[in-house]
Write a protein of this length. Structure first.
Length: 431
């Protein structure tokens, strides 16, 4: 901790001890005016004088020189940075922490609690979006509660109700109450089981993506020319997740063999990746190039790349995030994203400059293409998949690419005039 707060601590300890400034100055053999300068941190103090003052105040010298921990002031800085509509006096923050360490600790603790609660809300919101079982359970609980309320409202209305109808309403009320109790118990059990595992229970695809995200989506051990996949999958606790991860790793290995990292590093330009040129140079298809760019090591990229792979139904099969890019993991995504538009024109490369609407609008270069899966027999209909590479861009305009406004989902999209809208937005403002 900085020694510039020593004077503030001396003043605080003197006041706690009930000593007047002149009395303390007399005990240590200095003038009251000089002690006043010390207590207002205008004079540095050390050596014998510090020892004398500590002795007069009956405290250890370290309590005057160390005081509150540096982490407390760092926490106060974070709280000041997160303050909305307030302008805290940053110049006096250290003195405040030195004079009132208790209140400073309270403020820091409250800020940490607010941040923790905000993260909890974000986690639960994301879980409601991405956990189909939880979403279905919540829908069941809310639907049953609404049915009970409707039946109770009918029974509470003034006037006589036919006995047969009254008995029927009572039976419905009893059945709905039992159903609510059972669904609530099942929901609580599900949540308790998830919390007991230390992490929120997720679907196999989400578990695989979290596993890849933890590693960084790049596997140096798989870049070597070997047929053995040496990536431990013990962290995936379900057979379904391990199967999906194994399939994704197989695809990673094939892409790495088609575009060797050493050769790609010699020609790859992160400022202008040009996937079509790379596909021609290495004699591979465009989906391989897009997937490969998204899994390159960070040192080869100017900014992190995102990736989305979906099937012909629009279901996302694999998702790699990048800062600012938000797409619902399970359905309800905006159909204007190029990854979905590519399904309308298979094998036709698409490049769009996309502006994602929202409070913090982000802009991306999106490269997408849809391609058929290998046929299993003659005469079978082709099964298509689509891949989209997402590259963040700066604010500078790029010629030839008119920005395409895309939302996250219709429910929270502020764009009012849109032919692809499926439902009204809960946002009042529009574009």
């Amino acid at each position: 901790m900085r020694d510039t707060l020593t004077g503030s601590r001396i003043r605080e300890r003197r006041q706690i001890s009930g000593l007047r400034q002149a009395e303390l100055a007399r005990q240590v053999g200095i003038s009251a005016s000089y002690l006043n300068l010390i207590e207002h941190n205008r004079r540095r103090i050390g050596g014998k004088l510090l020892m004398d003052i500590a002795g007069a105040l009956s405290v250890e010298p370290s309590l005057l020189t160390q005081g509150i921990e540096e982490t407390l002031i760092s926490a106060l800085r974070e709280a000041a940075a997160d303050a909305v509509g307030q302008q805290p006096e940053l110049d006096g923050m250290e003195e405040f922490a030195g004079r009132f360490p208790g209140w400073s600790a309270v403020l820091a603790q409250m800020h940490r609690r607010v941040v923790s609660l905000e993260r909890t809300v974000e986690t639960l919101s994301d879980r409601l979006t991405n956990d189909p079982h939880l979403a279905a359970s919540m829908h069941e609980v809310l639907s049953t509660a609404a049915a009970i309320r409707s039946t109770a409202a009918i029974l509470a209305e003034p006037g006589e109700i036919d006995a047969a109808w009254r008995d029927r309403f009572h039976r419905n009320l009893h059945q709905d109450a039992e159903r609510l109790a059972e669904s609530s118990k099942a929901l609580v059990t599900y949540l308790d089981d998830s919390e007991g595992q230390g992490e929120l229970r997720v679907a196999p695809l989400d578990a695989v993506e979290a596993f890849f995200n933890k590693i960084g989506f790049h596997f140096p051990d798989l870049e070597v020319d070997s047929d053995i996949i040496s990536v431990p999958l013990e962290d995936l606790d379900t057979a379904a997740a391990r199967t999906i991860a194994s399939d994704v790793l197989d695809l990673y290995v094939r892409d790495a063999r088609a575009l060797p990292l050493s050769e790609l590093a010699e020609v790859f330009d992160p400022a202008n990746p040009d996937p079509l040129a790379l596909a021609q140079m290495f004699s591979v298809d465009l989906p391989t190039v897009l997937r490969r760019i998204a899994t390159l090591p960070e040192k080869m990229m100017s900014q992190p790349a995102g990736l989305v792979i979906c099937d012909a139904s629009g279901s996302v099969l694999f998702y790699k995030p990048t800062p600012g890019f938000a797409m619902p993991r399970h359905g309800e995504a905006c159909p204007l994203w190029p990854v979905f538009a590519a399904l309308n024109r298979p094998l036709v490369p698409i490049r769009k400059r996309v502006v994602q609407l929202g409070r913090n609008a982000a802009e991306f270069d999106c490269y997408a293409v849809a391609w058929p899966q290998p046929a299993s027999a003659f005469g079978t209909d082709p099964v298509y998949r689509s891949v989209m590479l997402v590259l963040p861009v700066d604010d500078s305009p790029q010629s030839g690419l008119a920005p395409l406004q895309v939302g996250t989902s219709c429910r929270i999209c502020p764009k009012t005039e849109c032919s692809s809208r499926r439902e009204p937005s809960i946002l009042s403002e529009g574009f």
